[in-house]
Design a protein around this ligand. Structure first.
Ligand SMILES: Nc1ncnc2c1ncn2[C@@H]1O[C@H](COP(=O)(O)OP(=O)(O)O)[C@@H](O)[C@H]1O
Ligand SMILES: [Mg+2]
Length: 254
């Protein structure tokens, strides 16, 4: 279970990406980037953050700590920005928080070296979860004290938007031609050899157990949250062994 905190103050919106996450303070005195359950794609985005963030962490990649954030919509009453007020009002209950990395910089591929090994691990992971949001235009990578951190896994696992077609969609290749780490000669073969054997049914069960029940209820075709958790496990398990053979668009690859 992710730790639950309660939002005590809305600080400011973060306007870089599209979803307008908010910077908040919580009752544990932590500062978090809040992803709203009432935003755009709603709770599926939050489920994706949990599954991918907790999986990446267990594979040794750096992801800021995740928590669930209880939000009282009353926090929005004093917000002058209409859009922010709407988000807060429509997001009562359980939201997702990511520890705010104070002082982190956005990743700049021209100003920072990444080893082929690390680039390979990240590209391989993105291929596994089918992350379409790690392009050079929008890397969703932060740099802090010389280290890379992964954020924003909302646009992954496209198959969870259409469960009946999930097996087919999960069999599709991964296009890495726009990937932010493409210039660093990612060694995906080495990454696959190291990471694929770690992506077991047990590990994925542990990861999906972290998804709050409230984001899993009411999905058409599923009777219980655990049934939907198992549906999240299957495509990832199926992809892990061979996805490295289906990564297209890297140098030297046709
Ligand atoms: N944990 C974090 N620590 C520091 N800054 C963050 C963190 N998470 C997000 N940000 C900043 O907020 C921006 C928007 O967050 P992101 O998760 O990418 O959402 P979206 O792209 O959907 O708007 C990021 O590009 C980054 O600049
Ligand atoms: Mg983003």
């Amino acid at each position: 279970m992710l730790t639950e905190v309660t939002a005590t103050r809305y600080i400011t919106p973060l306007r870089e990406g599209g979803s307008l996450p908010g910077l908040i303070e919580a009752d544990d005195l932590g500062t978090y980037v809040l992803k709203f359950t009432g935003a755009g794609q709603g709770r599926k985005t939050l489920v994706a953050e949990v599954v991918c963030g907790e999986l990446a962490r267990r594979l040794g990649l750096r992801v800021p700590r995740l928590v669930t954030v209880a939000l009282d919509p009353v926090l929005g009453l004093g917000e002058p920005d209409q859009e922010v007020q709407e988000l807060l009002k429509s997001s009562g209950g359980t939201n997702l928080g990511m520890a705010f990395l104070s002082g982190a910089l956005g990743f700049d591929p021209l100003a920072f070296e990444v080893s082929p090994e690390e680039a390979g691990r990240i590209v391989w992971f993105d291929a596994l979860v089918n992350n379409v949001d790690r392009s050079w235009r929008n890397p969703n990578l932060l740099r802090l004290r010389g280290e890379l951190w992964l954020i924003d896994h909302g646009a992954t696992m496209i198959w969870h938007h259409n469960w009946p077609g999930a097996a087919n969609s999960a069999a599709r290749p991964y296009d890495a031609s726009d990937h932010a780490l493409k210039p660093f000669a990612p060694d995906v073969a080495a990454a696959a050899a190291e990471l694929a054997p770690q992506v077991t049914a047990e590990l994925l069960a542990e990861v999906t157990a972290e998804i709050p029940d409230v984001w899993l209820t009411g999905e058409p075709g599923f009777d219980a949250p655990d049934e939907l958790r198992r549906a999240y496990v299957r495509p990832l398990l199926a992809r892990a062994a061979t996805v490295h053979q289906r990564i297209h668009g890297l140098e030297g690859d046709q």
